[in-house]
Design a protein around this ligand. Structure first.
Ligand SMILES: [Zn+2]
Length: 90
């Protein structure tokens, strides 16, 4: 009875080790290079505050054929004021 129990435990441990080895082997073979989580999202930089943000969610403004991306209306307004002041002086 006791001998049977020990043998059962040994077999369980061996099966578990073999299973781990096999799954590790299969996992190692089938593991594909991980896709970076940022794929599909193009990050742009807010020129006012320097925040990096998702292009799809950014507040956009076109100035002289160039697109600018802002994190908020506040930054867009600040950019507008800055560019207006700069062009006013020139
Ligand atoms: Zn900003």
């Amino acid at each position: 009875m006791f001998g049977y129990l020990i043998r059962f435990l040994v077999v369980m441990v061996l099966v578990r080790m073999a299973w781990k080895f096999l799954t590790g082997l299969v996992g190692g073979v089938t593991t594909r290079p991980q896709v970076p989580p940022t794929e599909g999202i193009s990050l742009v930089r807010d020129p006012v505050c320097g925040t990096h943000l998702d292009r799809a969610r950014a507040v956009t403004v076109r100035r002289k054929g160039e697109m600018y991306y802002f994190c908020s209306e506040d930054c867009r307004a600040a950019f507008d004021q800055g560019s207006r002041a700069a062009s006013g002086r020139a």
